[in-house]
Design a protein around this ligand. Sequence first.
Ligand SMILES: [Mg+2]
Length: 334
Amino acid sequence: MEKNFLDKFKGCLIGVAIGDTLGRPFEGKLREKIRSKFEFFEDFLWKNKKKFSSYTDDTQLTLHLAEALIKGGGFNMEYLIKEFVKWLEDPPIGPGYGCLTSIKKLKYGISWQKAASKSGGNGTLMRVSPIGLFYCNDLEKLLESADAQSLLTHSHPAATAGARMMAKAVSYLTYQSIESGLDVDDFLDSIIVTTLNSQKAEWREFSEGVDLLRNNLDLTIESGLIKFSQLGVKSPYFIEQYLGKAFVHPYALSTMICSLFMFLKKYTSLEECVFELVTAGGDTDTVGAIGGALLGTYYGYSNIPDELLSFIKNRNYIIDVAERLYEGFQKRYL
Ligand SMILES: [Mg+2]
């Protein structure tokens, strides 16, 4: 059992990096444009291998969050602030507005309550997976920490909702195995409770989004993405500009539901699923990072093909972080 957990921890963090790295070159493009160029995953990997040179802010912040959990022996806001400020020196790769502006304020000593942006973007759910791992058997701490790490940079309730739902999804998958398969309804039941019956309308939108997804799992990937892409998008410009298009907007709700949808449509084939995620259109690196975390946790590191691992920058460091995170978890919970 212990060996299995370690494999899940490593798979999750490497999964984030794989999806982020492979999605990065296609950020901001429509799915139909990307897919028209590549018919098969092998073809996609071969033609783009030089472009897969690095991951982005999604992986960077995930690793910093993991480091904060390791150093603090669990969630601690002060450790997290220190780690996020360190990220500014990395330097940030393709950062989102919500994270960058608020973390710059933290650097200059502004309190996190004042530093947080009002963004409801996907920046806090894309980095939350280490909390799903570390607190995989402690739901109360998982939700409390997922919320806190989100509020540090994003004060909008949609960001918190996405973070707690994503953390719960990762924690659920640490207990599953490809040998026994996935009970999709049970998985959805387990994540929906993180936002169900909330006083906050923005949280309830997440539970409703999961129900909508559950009732539409028979749609093709293209049709599903068209249906779910605009969830939570309020800007009339975006709605009009991308109506009827598969293009995942960088909002928490759109990104969470679209990533979950592709994961559930294709989780039985790791390669096919990665291909769908990183060519989803729109915020492809973040969709890749989120779906990659889910896939990597479900499959475990030992089941990830070498070819995909070969694209990952700083792979040994990422494995080292996963091992130290696991040691911290082991010390506290096993
Ligand atoms: Mg990114």
